[in-house]
Write a protein that binds this ligand. Structure first.
Ligand code: ADP
Ligand code: MG
Length: 269
């Protein structure tokens, strides 16, 4: 049974460019019928140019948006239109890592409390103190010093903050993680370190890794899905798509991205 499955998934949102004064903005289609299956332990890359719908798809798959049409299931259960109250207990199994950790990590909380918060919220620890102890173990898993526990997000570098974002996402041992452009904006060597970390972690969880950078997907993912204007252009095993892209759009994406910088040996360890 797939962990996550989407059939003909569609999403429409109010059109931001239309600003009718007295009426609701008309809906504009964002996702146009996506089929997808994700098996436990699998990693799927979602690629496409800016505006192709990657973030919207990631958010819809974790039911941060409600699909407009189609069907979505998680662990065999239909969650397409499940109300938020019924989704909430499932949320510990599905985690989203945001592109910009500085805006997703509470600036007024110490790292130990940021990491303890989901554990407390889902009753995994009995007290804040126990949560803080677990936070230190989580820091170790993402290779950050325990001394960072008492620091604040702004005291960390971009790469370190992204590690905290990852630590928070894995705290609840989710079944699936959606990571949205989480290495964009980091320098190449920091990107490589984060990818190594994700490689270590992905053995346990299914990972949906969103990136406009195909070279990054290549070193991390088993399968890749190419999105364009909210529809799937091509999908298949990474090795196959990279060796023999069928669609001109995929070929254009591959040509647009400088691959020479990327040494696949990076993450061989
Ligand atoms: N909240 C929203 N309301 C209306 N339109 C949106 C919203 N979020 C994204 N869009 C539109 O949906 C399309 C896909 O956006 P997005 O999913 O962010 O793409 P990507 O992550 O690939 O850059 C874009 O045309 C964008 O303008
Ligand atoms: Mg995006």
């Amino acid at each position: 049974m797939p962990l996550l499955a989407a059939r003909g998934l569609q999403l429409s949102l109010p059109d931001r460019s239309a600003q009718p004064l007295f009426r609701r903005a008309p809906l504009t289609p964002i996702l146009r019928g996506i089929d997808l299956e994700l098996e436990p332990g699998e990693s799927l890359g979602i690629v496409g140019e800016s505006g192709s719908g990657k973030t919207s798809l990631g958010r819809t798959l974790l039911r941060l948006y409600e699909p407009t049409a189609g069907a979505l299931s998680f662990e065999g259960r239909d969650i397409t239109h499940l109300p938020e109250a019924a989704i909430r207990p499932l949320r510990e199994g599905m985690q989203f890592i945001f592109q910009d950790p500085l805006s997703s990590l509470n600036p007024r909380q110490r790292i130990e409390d940021i990491l303890a918060q989901p554990l407390l919220a889902f009753g995994r620890v009995a007290s804040r103190q126990e949560g803080r102890v677990r936070a230190r173990a989580l820091l170790e898993r993402v290779h950050l010093p325990a001394a960072f526990a008492t620091r604040y997000p702004h005291e960390l570098s971009g790469g370190q903050r992204q590690r905290v974002g990852i630590a928070r996402a894995i705290a609840l041992k989710p079944r699936v993680i959606v990571a949205d452009e989480i290495v964009s904006g980091l320098d190449v060597s920091t990107q490589a370190q984060i990818l190594v970390l994700l490689r270590e972690l992905k053995r346990e969880d299914a990972l949906i890794f969103i990136s406009h950078d195909l070279s990054v997907v290549r070193v991390l993912c088993d399968r890749v899905m190419v999105l364009r204007q909210g529809a799937v252009v091509e999908q298949g095993p990474c090795a196959q798509i990279f060796a023999d892209p069928k669609h001109p759009y995929t070929r254009a994406l591959l040509e647009a991205i400088p691959l020479p910088d990327v040494d696949p040996g990076w993450v061989a360890a």
